[in-house]
Design a protein around this ligand. Structure first.
Ligand code: IMP
Length: 352
């Protein structure tokens, strides 16, 4: 084993340092990203939020709601081709119809069926994205469905990000084993925290830019638990964040609202490699790398996302920046101790 003498860091290991600011109103702050791809194609994300392709997070209702807020939703692939295609046909926005596919089995037929219904963004959704099957899938899509914007992943290293970029991915999901419902690190001993993965990918992105080539966008995916983590993700180099748990339990997620023993409203949130999700999808399970749970019902996704974005804008103002690009360039972070981290949480409740 080759042990690298470097440390990985997670969101709670750093804190952003407040900077001099001339921002007098949050309306000066722009959180949008204009995405140009395949020479003449483009779309815009007004907020840097993508809802995760998970069966208890994103189907058509979530896609429509998150798009109306300026973000992007990706319909999950844990269903039949017919059902996924039907879901896609309920997505209102012609410019950003996104679905996820895998890299084996029926994925080529799935792609063709979705393309016929106006698919514009495809997410190659596998846990270990730095893989020859992902290369083959990207190459297939770029040659047979050349209009599509291709998201691929997940990767944990600069080299992985560079490979996916070179294979033709337009955006890459960064991090392995960080999700709130994930047991990959426990089960396999592998993974890299989201913040470290994003930092690595961002260094690689700058190298690619220096070489005059087109780097992929970076999506911080997994383990993002509050709006502070979103600000830290972007400051570290991410273009967008992908959210599972933060959007789970909202009205627009698939699944019923149920009442728990205390009469509180709850909804399911399932890891896609959990026993429950696998059984729901294919009737059996193998290689479990996730858990499933219930989360409190949170109300509409617009309420949740508006609150998140208000905090993100506030975070940008603390860094004295008016755009996401400035946040990536100008923000400063320091390492923090565990006592500094606990001081950053409300601590009145711990006193007696
Ligand atoms: P969260 O936002 O921390 O809840 O993480 C969501 C992310 O976890 C997703 O976007 C996937 O990348 C990842 N994920 C989803 N299901 C599983 C699973 O069952 N095991 C491991 N990772 C998962």
């Amino acid at each position: 084993m080759n042990i690298l003498q470097k440390k990985v860091i997670s969101f709670d290991d750093i804190i952003l340092v407040p900077q001099y600011s001339e921002i007098t109103s949050r309306s000066e702050i722009d959180t949008s990203t204009k995405i140009n791809y395949n020479k003449d194609k483009s779309f815009e994300l007004k907020i840097p939020i993508i809802s995760s392709p998970m069966s208890t997070v994103t189907e058509a209702h979530m896609c429509n709601a998150i798009r109306s807020l300026g973000g992007l939703g990706i319909i999950h692939r844990y269903n039949s081709i017919d059902f996924q295609t039907k879901l896609l046909s309920f997505v209102n926005n012609q410019d950003v119809k996104a679905a996820a596919v895998g890299v084996s089995g029926d994925y080529k037929e799935r792609l063709s069926s979705l393309s016929d219904k106006g698919l514009s963004i495809v997410c190659i959704d596998v846990a270990h994205g730095d893989h020859i099957l992902v290369r083959k899938a990207i190459e297939h899509i770029r040659s047979e469905h050349s209009d599509l914007f291709v998201i691929a992943g997940n990767v944990a290293t600069a080299e992985g990000y560079k490979r996916l970029s070179a294979w033709g991915a337009h955006a890459v999901r960064a991090s392995v084993g960080s999700g709130s419902i994930c047991t990959t690190r426990l089960q396999t001993g592998h993974g890299i925290p989201t913040l470290s993965a994003v930092i690595e990918c961002y260094k690689a992105k700058k190298d690619i830019l220096d070489e005059g080539a087109n780097p992929a966008y970076i999506i911080a995916d997994g383990g993002i638990k509050n709006s502070g983590d979103i600000v830290k993700s972007i400051a570290a180099g991410a273009d967008f964040v992908m959210l599972g748990s933060m959007l789970s339990g909202t009205k627009e997620t698939p699944g019923k609202i149920i009442l728990n023993n205390e009469g509180k409203k709850i909804k399911r949130y399932n890891g896609m490699a959990s026993k429950v999700a696998q059984k729901n999808w294919k009737g059996s399970y193998s290689s479990i790398e996730g858990v499933s749970t219930y989360v409190h019902y949170k109300g509409t996704v617009s309420k949740v996302v508006n609150e998140i974005m208000s905090n993100v804008r506030s975070g940008m103002s603390y860094s004295g920046v008016t755009s996401l690009e400035e946040l990536r360039e100008a923000s400063v972070a320091v390492m923090q101790t565990s006592s500094s981290n606990s001081e950053g949480n409300p601590h009145i409740f711990n006193r007696r």
